[in-house]
Design a protein around this ligand. Sequence first.
Ligand code: SF4
Length: 124
Amino acid sequence: MKRIAILVCGKAVGNACTGSSCMKAMNCRKGTFARYESEEIELQAFFQCSGCGDDLEHNSGLQEKVERILKIDPDSVHVGVCTIEKDTKKRCAVIGKMLKIFKEHGIEVLNGTHDSELLQEVIE
Ligand code: SF4
């Protein structure tokens, strides 16, 4: 069984996002969840940043979220397409810092949850 977490953009979640596209992709083993087609998965966390302007160095809540994820120690963190800035095609810098820490601790980071053309264009 794979233990996974999903990381999304706080701005998206605070607006129109319900997380349903991520959930549907996960439940139907589509998008980046297709790799678990014949495997059980357990969603251990669905989390988000603390919003624009709250960077990792100065936000204790965000630091705590990272620590909690490290403690849970999922096999993989799937990162929503919402964390990619549409104009620049670059990953949000706040999210990028979080991902760097996860990778340094041996947690696999996967670009995207459900399918999106933007995923093919992202500049890390
Ligand atoms: S910091 Fe990045 S991921 Fe978080 S709300 Fe702002 S744009 Fe979205």
